[in-house]
Design a protein around this ligand. Sequence first.
Ligand code: G4P
Length: 555
Amino acid sequence: MTETAEDTGTGGHASGADTTGDVASEVARRRTFAVIAHPDAGKSTLTEALALHARVITEAGAVHGKSGRRSTVSDWMEMEKARGISVSSTALQFTYAPEGSDVDEPYVINLVDTPGHADFSEDTYRVLTAVDAAVMLIDAAKGLEPQTLKLFQVCKHNGLPIITVINKWDRPGRAPLELLDEITEQIGLVPTPLYMPVGIAGDYRGLLRRGEDGAPEEYVHFTRTAGGSTIAPEEHYDPDTAAEREGDVWETAVEESELLSAMGQDHDQELYLAGETSPVIFASAMLNFGVHQILDALVELAPPPRKWPTVSGEPRETTDPFSAMVFKVQAGMDAAHRDRLAFMRVVSGEFERGMVVQHAQTGKPFTTKYALTVFGRDRSTVESAYPGDVVGLVNATALAPGDTLYTGKKVQFPPIPQFAPEHFAVVRAQSLGKYKQFRKAIEQLAAEGVVQILRNDTRGDANPVMAAVGPMQFEVVTARMKAEFNVEVVVDNLPYTIARRTDAASADELGRQRGVEVFERTDGELLALFGDKWRLQYITKEMEHLTIEPLVADT
Ligand code: G4P
């Protein structure tokens, strides 16, 4: 590939100049988050609405190329696009200053995309290890949906604070209190609305800003714009004027707000940061209603980039020398473009393009002269980045998700957990003569985290089982085996849908049960696979002495 900016060589000013103060102020103004949602809840629409309200600095293919929308899918990913997946999405960076705020410099917001739909895969989960906060987007008519629940579990596991957005309030949906109850009951997160909607779903007029004990502080009235394609004008009224203007619907909002306060559902910053409560905003991403309130909540409530746990036990402070965590690796399936993009989240210090950093896993230096933030038609380079920012590294063949890059004294972050797979298939080389390449390819793809590889003695080494959170990964393996390793493979789906952790003492007995098979994963974990939840429930109940435990991201 060609480089679009002049190579600055190696070095940068990583060592020497004291940039601690700069880094601290850059950290303070950054927010890095992901949106978790079930397909169709409006994630793409919200992303666009956020970008509309903010000044977009850089974009890494974050907006899906839906009809009539901007598409930044790069050419080399045409193949993936043709296959109906949007694996190119990664991160969108923009600045935002709350209205009337007197901050010297605007906030820098990094929105890291969680791939969904057909491309739902471990990457979707891995993104949630690279952010500091999440926005849970819910469709007002549908409430919590399966994919949202799964992603919520991962956020919870990672200790991410969550802001809830109830979207599509412009069209008929459920009652606000009913939706809020569902959140408490199904996931145990206590919703604490920052605003109550004025007007039922389908008759969205504005938002009541909740003050102490749920008393209304102000009324934000929205006006529709044609097609919702521009920022919706807002008018602000005091509660008395609001009551005069809106009558009954205002009174209802006031009553609901006070009722919530009586139940203790008021925002509490500490409980929010601890992941116990979730501020809620009712919005319409399509009409741009409530969107600037979402941004305000993000900058005012969501935490700045955090210190990171390390394997040595001493956390990495954001002002320490440069370090970053690789959370996603993307390989071109097109043989002509052997591009390997590794996306890293900066954890500490200042990143400068051209810096030579150390790769903790191999102990080898890595030159970052091809560092990108934009993967659109014009690839452009990034010159510097700070904690919370996402940078793509080109031709990063040695990097895998979970890897650490650093300067200075060695640091290593804990590996990203392997998530609970739900799809399983045996994979084997079509021709036995290719067995050696096949084995090598399998090892490589497993190391990259494309799929998890499971083995047992019964099936033998030539028939490993691929396990993934999304079925599209098996197609990715098949295509890459052929393109990169010249091995044609046969994939046979297995009828399992659930994986549970077990131990050596339970493995034999568990493996003898009908409809259960036990495997060893490459990381040494023993996994028992079950056909369905009834089989799992039955065996768990009948054989209490056996170890059968949930894996990360099990709901
Ligand atoms: P996703 O990325 O989460 O999958 O959802 P996306 O934004 O594509 O939105 C899914 C559908 O919901 C789209 O309609 C979109 O226009 C609609 N939508 C999103 N936000 C709102 C909202 O606030 N109010 C209303 N009424 N609709 C909303 P579509 O018909 O599937 O696609 P399109 O033809 O509108 O693009």
